[in-house]
Design a protein around this ligand. Structure first.
Ligand code: M6R
Length: 612
């Protein structure tokens, strides 16, 4: 999704090179065009530049930013929603006098109404974007007071926005505003920054303010002020970001995705260890007594994409261990399906970014219906983290690659921990069983490392399938949940069409797509289901499929049927996803690499999906 940045400084440092650097740290969000606007102190005017395609184009066109002179500016990477990725549609958008410039992330829902109104008053629109209406509205209401004008416009906008705004008659000032799209403000001694995400400004400052909905910020070199929509000052505390910029850099790996896969053991330990105390699972942040846990009637797990897949696994583990009924929902469905939520229901929202628009809306819907809510979130201070009743952070660290790997792993860990905690409180497991489960959890980081050690074999196998057009993933129970994630990893970065099916369901239609040489990836780790799935493998084999199987060490009978077998170490079957997903992540990665694709920035995708 779009990324916005802004910089204002008092020294000799030029804004444009800093904006380019900050935008480069947001590339992971996905974009198709980019632009910057800088206030030029000599001409006393706003200068801007835009390009379609990669940031490199903007860099070249401005000679690394040198051509845009000035110490105060805003920048943008655009992920097209309204209108094609063209230079005209790229941000910043300016009013016709070029005295106001705006960068925007989000979607303005009532833009057509306002566009028409302003056109009737003689305003001429150049782009197809919803954003242009914002700058024209600012122009229409502007009376020399930026704060008053911005809040006036905010009161008339419907939808979501994070905004960076320059007014040419307020040199050195950046205005920022937010509603339902992420925006942070950074402060250094002689400078101030805005950004969609922390990595963009981490090389310059660690002092970060998280903007709340319907707040406005005024930034001047070394100072930031905040106001609510009624223009009243708001006091805010800065948060010191503890993680290092190196955590958001590639550290010698060719792609962030491979680096992040290698960080899985640490991410798992960091999420797990603080919640194991004296041999018990302790999740303080749940803020729930055993009695309250026993009072839960039903759980809803709501999320999108891979986070949803972690939720599907969570359902099997939670129902198996704690015997609480669980419904797993895709957030974009949940929010509109009029869900039946009753007293004693508990809603868990899983999200790496904590900003996914559908997941945030689902959270609000659940709260509106009276449910107690928990966010399982990776980005500290994100919208869902702030709005959920309680938040359980996953400690994966910054995840940059669009395809999630380590954050997904930590979401699994969070689900395991919750399941154990709930099972214990409900008397479904005793101390000895809890200990055995914890021992298995503690072994996971080392077992993931063992999986990573055989990545060369996976690469060799992947190289045989670079030309594959369709791949099917099958599994039963938790193995089906693993298949969902394996299939998504492959298709999102390699563009190979792939689908995941419950293994027993294939013969109800999809098996007609199995033909000679078709690759079928069968995940079979669940002891009670292995024999059943071997029969499904036989079914596809007899129609010509080539079968890669992922199974647990010791299941040698699988070799008799599958063509290629990947073994994962033994663990409790509830936790096997954490191990079995690793070769599937690597498989997707190496197929994409072999096809010469940009693994970290797959086409059409964004890291954080902040629009509906
Ligand atoms: O930030 P979130 O976890 O809410 O994102 C949800 C999905 O967009 C995300 O998991 C997506 O499916 C992954 N990028 C896939 O790798």
């Amino acid at each position: 999704m779009c990324g916005i940045v802004g910089y204002t400084g008092s020294g000799a440092k030029q804004a444009a090179p800093i904006l380019l650097d900050s935008l480069s740290k947001l590339e992971y969000r996905g974009y198709d065009s980019a632009g910057m606007a800088v206030y030029d102190d000599e001409t006393k005017s706003i200068q801007f530049q835009k390009t379609v395609g990669r940031l490199k184009g903007l860099y070249d066109r401005t000679h690394g930013g040198a051509d845009l002179k000035g110490t105060c500016g805003i920048g943008h990477t655009r992920w097209a929603t309204h209108g094609e990725p063209t230079e005209v549609n790229a941000h910043p958008h300016l009013n016709s006098k070029q005295t106001i410039a705006v960068v925007h992330n989000g979607i303005i829902e009532n833009y057509l109404r306002w566009r028409k109104r302003l056109q009737d008053k003689g305003y001429i629109f150049k782009s197809d974007t919803d954003t242009e209406v914002i700058v024209q509205m600012l122009d229409y209401y502007y009376d020399g007071d930026p704060l008053k004008t911005i809040t006036t416009v905010m009161q008339r906008l419907e939808g979501s926005y994070a905004l960076g705004i320059l007014f040419s008659d307020h040199a050195g000032e950046i205005y920022a505003a937010r509603k339902d799209s992420p925006l942070i403000v950074g402060k250094a001694d002689d400078a101030a920054f805005i950004a969609s995400d922390v990595p963009a400004i981490l090389s310059y400052t660690r002092n970060v303010y998280y903007m709340e909905n319907e707040e406005v910020a005024r930034l001047t070199p070394g100072a930031v002020e905040f106001f609510n929509i009624d223009e009243e000052p708001v006091q805010k505390e800065a948060v010191t970001v503890s993680w290092d910029i190196h955590a958001a850099e590639k550290g010698g790996y060719e792609y962030f995705m491979l680096k992040e896969i290698h960080e899985e053991p640490k991410a798992v330990s960091d999420t797990l260890n603080p919640r194991i105390r004296d041999g018990h699972v302790v999740i303080d942040e749940l803020n729930m007594t055993d009695e309250e846990i026993r009072g839960i009637h039903k759980l809803f797990i709501v999320a999108c994409g891979s986070a949803y897949h972690a939720g599907v696994t969570g359902k099997y583990v939670m129902e198996g261990l704690a015997r609480i009924p669980v419904e797993v929902d895709i957030a974009s469905e949940f929010r509109y399906r009029d869900p039946i939520i009753e007293e004693g229901d508990y809603v868990i929202i899983i999200s790496q970014s904590g900003e996914t628009a559908d997941s945030l809306a689902a959270l609000r819907e659940a709260k509106k219906r009276g449910a107690r809510t928990l966010g399982i979130i990776n980005v500290v201070g994100s919208s869902i983290a702030r709005e959920a009743d309680n938040v359980m952070y996953t400690w994966a660290g910054p995840e940059i690659a669009v395809a999630t790997t380590k954050a997904y792993q930590t979401q699994l860990i969070a689900m395991y921990l919750l399941s154990i905690r709930f099972a214990k409180a409900r008397g479904k497991i005793d101390d000895a069983q809890e200990k055995a489960l914890i021992d298995d959890l503690k072994a996971l980081p080392e077992q993931i490392r063992m999986q990573l050690a055989s990545k060369a074999d996976i690469q060799k196998f992947a190289n045989r399938y670079l030309a594959a057009e369709h791949v099917f993933f099958i599994g039963r129970g938790i193995d089906y949940a693993i298949s969902l994630e394996g299939s998504l990893k492959l298709k999102e970065i390699s563009y190979v069409h792939s689908e995941a099916y419950p293994a027993g369901e294939l013969k109800h239609g999809t098996i007609s797509l199995i033909e000679d040489g078709r690759l079928v990836v069968a995940v079979l780790t669940q002891p009670n289901l292995i024999k059943k799935e071997i029969s499904n493998i036989v079914e596809v084999k007899s129609r010509g499929a080539f079968v890669m199987a992922v199974t647990t060490v010791g299941n040698t009978e699988v070799e008799k049927t599958a063509d290629y077998v990947v073994y994962v170490p033994k663990t409790n079957p509830y936790f096997v996803n954490s191990l079995a997903v690793v070769p599937l992540q690597l498989f997707g990665y190496y197929v994409a690499i072999g096809r010469g694709l940009d693994v970290d920035k797959p086409r059409n995708l964004a890291k954080s999906v902040t629009v509906e």
